[in-house]
Design a protein around this ligand. Structure first.
Ligand code: SAH
Length: 215
């Protein structure tokens, strides 16, 4: 398979950045990352014409690639610096993983659908993205082996906040997680000490559900 990224795609990405800025995204490193990543290649070719609309789309296994605005918004909340260790729950298409790689982050990501896990593992390196570790498993448990993390980003709707994710944050680390059943409230937890977490809420979003124990 040949991966084609053309000037036309680049032009559409520029338009997408304008939309994201209009919606309030300000972080230029995040905008630059989204401006560089060929989102159309993360979707079935049948959706190519829609790839640079600010919308979620199906990626197989009943899952979706998140809306670019949501990706940008969640990434902003992480407040990451290059070199940070970030855990993503829900690799999906790998698009959010690629954004984190572009930001110079050491990325760890978990996906519970075998088909999507395999696809992302093969595909991301083809575009030059090298996450530290892609894992097939249950994101409710986090990734204790590689903890603690500077940031954890959950890209599916969590009915509750899984304790292991809070436990796997560094002091000062940030967990960004959409909480609730349709819609979810985007929620940020900042770890202030061993036992204290500060909680902030950022309005309604819609995600596919974070599912438990299928393996
Ligand atoms: N970050 C992805 C978003 C994919 S949608 C992207 O940019 O494309 C959410 C993903 O979370 C789906 O792929 C789904 O299979 C996955 N998921 C759902 N429950 C999970 C769980 N318990 N552990 C890990 N991944 C999960």
């Amino acid at each position: 398979m040949i991966y084609r990224d053309t000037l036309k795609h680049a032009g559409k990405r520029k338009q997408l950045l304008t939309i994201l800025m209009e919606k309030g995204i300000e972080d230029t490193s995040i905008l630059n990352a989204i401006g560089k990543i060929p989102r159309h290649l993360f979707m079935d070719s049948g959706f190519e014409d829609h790839a640079y609309q600010d919308k979620a789309f199906p990626i197989g296994a009943n899952q979706t690639i998140s809306q670019p605005y949501t990706v940008a918004f969640q990434t902003e909340l992480l407040e990451i610096k290059p070199g940070d260790r970030v855990l993503e729950i829900g690799t999906g298409s790998g698009f959010q993983t690629a954004v984190l790689c572009e930001l110079g982050v050491k990325v760890y990501s978990i996906e519970r659908q075998k088909e999507l896990f395999k696809k992302a593992k093969l595909f991301l390196p083809k575009l030059g993205y090298r996450p530290k570790h892609l894992s097939f498993g249950d994101g409710y448990k986090g990734l204790d082996r590689y903890a603690p993390f500077d940031g954890i980003i959950v890209t599916a709707g969590a009915p509750f906040v899984p304790n292991p994710l809070l436990a796997q944050l560094k002091i000062g680390g940030r967990l960004v997680i959409p909480v609730g059943n349709d819609p979810q409230i985007m929620t940020l937890f900042v770890r202030k000490s061993e036992t204290k977490f500060e909680k902030h809420e950022f309005g309604e979003f819609r995600f596919v559900p974070l599912l438990e124990n299928k393996n």
